[in-house]
Write a protein that binds this ligand. Structure first.
Ligand SMILES: [Mg+2]
Length: 481
């Protein structure tokens, strides 16, 4: 391990919710919850004001609504999140060629490789300047962790939140880690955490005390060795510019198409087990279970289910894969089956939901197929031509009133608040019939006025599907007049 804190971990604070607050002046300082608004939706990001009520990412949306009934509930707008993410990643690449993005709002940077920092004080200066540059470019806050390894840099940025910087001085790592929960360590998902707890191991120090042999006995060779090393603050993982593993998956192609439905089911179970072994071997857990089926005519379908929390439990993955299989027509025969787990908990805690949805959408778009296209529409919240749907949070423009966003809709009405990122005070609210010809869906506006000469602009769809009712923060009428 290097002896200077020159690995930087950046994590944007409550990223999606912060983008929404910056876009929508009426939501600044208010509880904002972004996620899937459908019956099985989960929270992707909650603003700090919403976290006060106990709402956190990965929580079922229904539970969030009980805890914070007056919060604003919005669908994610991936297009603008991606644009802002690109701006942030570009700033990181100015510091070093070694930038490893973990999700849209999180990345490791090797400052030493870029010659940007070599000791405590140069690292601290770079981190502070970066936070300022991000604020200037995007208007948003990001927290920075600095340490001599990836694991510790990530722990440091967690401690720095919100809107802060924490540097862990080399030499102090073990004392700091000792009393922390085992769940702090990368690769300790809920199942591994339970397993350790049953063995009486709760803290990082207790892992170190248990010894390597005991860890290997409990968790197997690969995972046991890795975890013991982490508990001693040994983490030699390099920052890699390209992330190779976004998901863990296994698949099998069959010489002869499988027709028997029972056999298909058994193969899926077997693949689920193999996938979990690989997942555990890598010390990971994940939240999104993906089933891939290639049929006799080479049409390929992927189906996915996002769980409420990350898992590395074979029974959970098997059950999810079996549920997904139920929705796939396999009459005619199956050439290939695959099971994967994505949204891996080693490197992302928040924003898993959206990341998984985004990745899945791209995959399906490439693979095509009728059913795949449907799934993309659901994942991205694209408007279906047959039915005009207004999703809470989506950008709209009215011929008479200008740019605004959908605050809620229902019963044939849609409520729009007319304001832009540059508005100095909350905008006016108006309610229209859903088919009002003056109202149209439009692209998001940039958060910070673009300087002349800088290209770019925003793109992208309005986010994830689901019903679009909103608990408006100031009690505006939703779904009626
Ligand atoms: Mg974040």
């Amino acid at each position: 391990m290097r002896n200077a804190p020159t690995i930087l971990h950046l994590d944007m604070d409550a990223f999606y919710a912060s983008v929404e607050q910056a876009s929508k002046p009426s939501l600044r300082g208010k509880a904002v919850i972004v996620g899937g608004l459908g019956p099985r939706g989960v929270v992707a990001t909650a603003s700090y004001e919403a976290r006060v009520f106990g709402v956190h990412s990965a929580m079922p949306m229904a539970q969030a609504r009980r805890l914070a009934p007056n919060a604003a509930y919005l669908v994610p707008r991936f297009g603008i999140y991606r644009d802002i993410s690109e701006q942030v990643m570009a700033l990181l690449r100015e510091l070093s060629p070694l930038v490893e993005p973990l999700s849209l709002d999180e990345a490791f940077v090797d400052l030493e490789a870029g010659g940007a920092a070599w000791d405590d004080s140069s690292a601290r200066l770079v981190g502070a300047k970066l936070r300022g540059d991000i604020r200037a470019a995007t208007g948003l806050a990001g927290s920075v962790g600095l340490a001599a390894s990836k694991m510790l840099a990530k722990i440091a940025s967690e401690q720095a939140k919100p809107d802060g910087l924490v540097l862990i001085e080399p030499g102090t790592e073990r004392a700091m880690l000792g009393p922390m929960s085992v769940r702090t360590l990368p690769g300790v998902g809920p199942a591994t955490g339970d397993h350790l707890r049953r063995a009486g191991i709760h803290t990082v120090e207790e892992i170190a005390e248990a010894g390597e042999d005991e860890l290997v006995r409990l968790l197997g060779k690969a995972h046991g060795h890795a975890l013991y090393a982490m508990a001693l603050a040994h983490d030699e993982r390099p920052v890699v510019a390209e992330r190779e593993t976004k998901s863990v998956s296994v698949e099998d192609t069959y010489d002869v198409d499988i027709h028997d439905r029972v056999r298909v089911g058994l193969e899926v179970q077997r693949l689920a087990d193999r996938c979990v072994r690989r997942l555990r071997g890598a010390g990971l857990s994940g939240r999104t279970i993906v089933l891939k089926v290639r049929r006799y005519d080479f049409s390929t379908l992927t189906r996915s289910e996002t769980l409420r929390g990350p898992t590395d439990d074979p029974a959970v993955v098997r059950e999810a894969a079996a549920r997904l299989l139920e929705s796939v027509d396999t009459t005619g025969g199956v050439r290939l089956l695959g099971v994967g787990v994505s949204g891996l908990a080693d490197y992302t805690q928040e924003d898993l939901f959206a990341q998984a949805a985004g990745e899945l959408g791209e995959q399906q778009a490439v693979e095509g197929g009728e059913d795949g296209a449907d799934a993309v529409a659901v994942a991205r919240g694209e408007e279906t031509p047959s039915e005009r749907k207004w999703l809470a949070g989506q950008d709209v423009r009215h011929a008479e009133y200008g740019h605004g966003w959908v605050q809620g809709s229902g019963l044939g009405r849609v409520t729009v608040r007319f304001e832009t990122p540059g508005s100095t005070e909350p905008g006016r609210v108006r309610t229209f019939r859903v088919e009002d010809p003056g109202l149209e869906a439009v692209e998001p506006l940039p958060l910070v006025e673009e300087r002349p000469g800088r290209g770019g602009g925003s793109r992208g769809a309005a986010g994830s599907g689901g019903s679009a009712t909103s608990g408006a923060p100031d009690g505006a009428v939703v779904g009626g007049v």
